[in-house]
Design a protein around this ligand. Structure first.
Ligand code: R5P
Length: 323
């Protein structure tokens, strides 16, 4: 007869962070009531990255936070190595927490001989040992299906709704920067019980200015909230603001999840006629960008991420958070 019966305990929750966004990782861990796991990332002279997990993770339910921020390729490789190290240190389950999903805009084969790189990212995560993914506001929700394991998407809608609801929203219209953004903007408009309008935007390529040609909906004498998944070079937002003013909008505010702010974004946004530019912290917004854009406000996503990972750990619904 066995004299030491097996003890059944639920696995401990542990959170580790890559190097891409230490402030957000720290806030998520604090909101979840745990301290960040100890790991050491070093670089050899040949630029190879080494990750050492400096505490026991055997049998643990581990979450790894890494966002898609510069230097992007380094952060992707670091994440894969971090997950691999955790897997071979016998973590029971690993969830990759990706506030801004890498290569989210490469989600379809809309030209010959190109890679659907968002799918490749999902394949790499799976190969490295990720059992699940948790992310926020995907450029296209079908990216969730690229990962052949469970994947959860949070939306920044509740955070942005809370912010914009602090002021009066009578005579306000939610505006999508193009037809593609119509669905996500529609979701936001519905939650705020507001009408919406859509800009007909055409783009030549990533470096070119997006050009708006027409507006479907009525903004004359109304306040507008432009709603989009991300600001990259700022072209879409600046053009949308110009069109809205042309069509007689009063106040023009912007609500966006991911503040990529790349290329000419700062110059463009500085020169744009915007009353407020509201983003979240899924990507770090450095001090110089905050200084350059005085009307920029950054909202924290730490609480929803912490709530979601605690729910995943406890086997509770994540989609219920969006209700
Ligand atoms: C486009 O499909 C996206 O929803 C955003 O509108 C786009 O990524 C913004 O890019 P940019 O700021 O460079 O116009």
């Amino acid at each position: 007869m066995l004299n030491s019966p097996a003890v059944s305990r639920s696995p401990a929750l542990k959170i580790f962070a890559g190097s891409s966004h230490p402030a957000l990782a720290k806030s998520i861990a604090a909101e979840a009531g745990v301290t960040l796991g100890r790991r050491k990332v070093t670089r050899f002279s040949n630029e190879n990255i080494k990750v050492k997990i400096e505490e026991n993770v055997r049998g643990c339910d581990v979450f790894v936070i890494q966002t898609s921020a510069a230097p992007l390729s380094d952060h992707i490789v670091e994440l894969l190595i971090l997950i691999d190290a955790l897997k071979f240190a016998s973590a029971a389950r690993i969830t990759a927490v990706l506030p801004y999903f890498p290569y989210a805009r490469s989600d379809k084969k809309d030209e010959a001989r190109i890679s659907i790189t968002a799918r490749l990212m999902a394949d790499l995560l799976e190969t490295s040992g990720a059992d699940r993914v948790l992310t926020m506001t995907l450029h296209a929700p079908q990216i969730l299906g690229f990962f052949r394991r469970p994947a959860d998407q949070l939306l920044a809608t509740p955070i942005l709704k809370r912010h914009f609801s602090r002021s009066s929203l009578s005579d306000t219209v939610v505006v999508a920067t193009d037809a593609g953004a119509g669905k996500i903007a529609g979701h936001f408009a519905k939650r705020l019980h507001l009408p919406m309008a859509v800009i007909d935007k055409r783009r030549v390529d990533d470096s070119e200015k997006a050009v708006g040609t027409a507006l479907i909906g009525d903004v004359q004498g109304k306040d507008a909230i432009i709603y989009d998944d991300e600001i990259a070079t700022g072209g879409s937002i600046v053009e949308a603001a110009r069109i809205l003013r042309d069509f007689g909008a009063r106040q023009v505010r912007v609500g966006v999840t991911h503040a990529v702010l790349s290329g000419q974004a700062l110059d463009r946004l500085r020169g744009a006629d915007l009353d407020e530019l509201v983003v979240t912290d899924t990507i770090p917004v450095p001090e110089e960008k905050l200084r350059a854009l005085p009307n920029l406000k950054v909202l924290s996503t730490a609480k929803p991420f912490a709530d979601a990972l605690v729910r995943i750990h406890g086997g509770q619904s994540v989609s219920a958070m969006m209700d």
